[in-house]
Design a binder for this molecule. Structure first.
Ligand SMILES: CC(=O)SCCNC(=O)CCNC(=O)[C@H](O)C(C)(C)COP(=O)(O)OP(=O)(O)OC[C@H]1O[C@@H](n2cnc3c(N)ncnc32)[C@H](O)[C@@H]1OP(=O)(O)O
Ligand SMILES: O=C([O-])CC(=O)C(=O)O
Length: 382
């Protein structure tokens, strides 16, 4: 047994992967060799999904067939819709509703009995899950606001379709493109906690529904995907405070508060995804309400220039600017983390497939520090 205890598995290599790579000192992220900036500007989310799942960017015919195969799988069952309605009525959190929905998708899965080692079948199931997530999530939101779900639009891509199903209105180009970019930026990120969770589940040769459901659970926490909603809560708190936003952040730091959207296990510098989302947030602010963008930049400036956090390797991560982007697109704040899951499902599926291709059960050890040689006292004598 390796005796070197690495709490939180920091820096531990557990697999080889061709999917994505992070340079935490230079602030670079690539998917299969392509810089995230190039993908965000020159591809759409479907192309990125194809890249992750099939190993290369699609040509026009491949993309057309792939997009059609996703379109064909978007509808969710009446049972899923009824459950989304019940959960909306019960004021369940959207991330929990999504976790339930994905688990339920397997009830109508035509290939449930597929051999777990049949990776082509797993990929088809993964595609069905990915296509259905936006539909289930949007239906949940529609029920929450007392409206009926909107059927998927046959001519819209995944990003625009989600916004359409959420509001019943076709989004304008700026909204559709911004949201599509956000999906690209969140699609994959090495062995982050939720991806690793999915891989652990996949390594038992469990089905992909279990792996994605587990990924959703891991992503929901405030140290991971849940931070994007927390950032927006902070921005609201600033907005409602009697303090000026600069004073607010000074006081928060004095009180020892940890600012969500800052810090990362791998990046020691600003996350490249945060740079792109910051640009989007600024553009949206130029044509609307600039408070949210102003608050975020004030926080970043203060933590950078006054507190020198980047010198300690603590800089904005992807969650720091996504909240203000989504807010400006009119998306309810508790949908931010589910949206992250909508995109990251593509990465979870890609990593499970890659790992299962040369599978070995993931099973680390803990150093036992409990008592030894305890004498069992019978229940009636304890
Ligand atoms: C999509 C994503 O998952 S991105 C991450 C989203 N999560 C957040 O934004 C939540 C806020 N950030 C954090 O809690 C952390 O930075 C994490 C969880 C992301 C990374 O955690 P770890 O790699 O385990 O770092 P850890 O929590 O040990 O922090 C290391 C040091 O940085 C400090 N630090 C980390 N994040 C922050 C922050 N947001 N604000 C202030 N200080 C911070 C810690 O206090 C600690 O300092 P110390 O060594 O003096 O005690
Ligand atoms: O990589 C991580 O640990 C967290 C993160 O940024 C992501 O999952 O996108």
């Amino acid at each position: 047994m390796v005796d070197d205890l690495r709490k939180g598995l920091e820096g531990v290599l557990v697999a080889e992967s061709e999917l994505s790579s992070i340079d935490g000192d230079e602030g670079r992220l690539i998917y299969r060799g392509y810089a995230i900036e190039d993908l965000a500007r020159g591809a759409n989310y479907e192309e990125v999904l194809y890249l992750l799942w099939h190993g290369h960017l699609p040509d026009e015919d491949e993309l057309e067939a792939f997009t059609a195969s996703l379109d064909d799988e978007q509808a969710v069952s009446e049972d899923v819709l009824a459950t989304m309605e019940r959960l909306a009525d019960a004021e369940e959190r959207p991330m929990a509703a999504l976790r339930t929905a994905v688990s339920m998708f397997s009830a109508t899965e035509p290939e449930t009995d597929a051999d777990p080692a049949d990776l082509e079948a797993t990929l088809r199931m993964g595609r069905r899950i990915t296509a259905k997530i936006p539909t289930a999530l949007a239906a949940f939101e529609r029920y929450r606001i007392g409206e009926e779900p909107v059927d998927p639009h046959p001519d819209l891509g995944l990003a625009a379709n989600f916004l359409y199903m959420l509001t019943g209105e076709e989004p304008d180009d700026v909204a559709a493109e911004t949201f599509d970019q956000a999906l690209i930026l969140h699609a994959d990120h090495g062995l982050n906690a939720s991806t690793f969770t999915s891989m652990v589940i996949g390594s038992t040769m469990a089905d992909i529904y279990s792996a994605v459901t587990g990924g959703i659970g891991a992503l929901s926490g405030p140290l991971h995907g849940g931070a994007n909603q927390d950032v927006m809560e902070v921005l609201f708190e600033i907005d409602e405070s009697d303090l000026d936003h600069r004073e607010w952040i000074e006081q928060a730091i004095e009180e020892g508060r940890r600012i969500p959207g800052f810090g990362h296990r791998v990046y020691n510098v600003k996350d490249p995804r945060a740079r792109i989302l910051q640009e989007r947030s600024e553009e949206l602010a130029e044509n609307g309400d600039d408070r949210w963008y102003t608050y975020t930049t004030t926080i970043e400036q203060y933590l950078t220039e006054e507190k020198g956090l980047p010198e300690k390797g603590i800089a904005p991560n992807v969650d720091f600017y996504s909240g203000s982007v989504y807010y400006q697109l009119g998306i309810p704040i508790d949908m931010y983390t589910p949206i992250f899951a909508m995109s990251r499902a593509g990465g979870w599926i890609a990593h499970v497939l890659e790992y299962q291709d040369d599978n070995r059960l993931i099973r680390p050890r803990a150093r036992y520090t409990g008592p030894q040689d305890q004498e069992l006292v019978p229940l009636e004598e304890r």
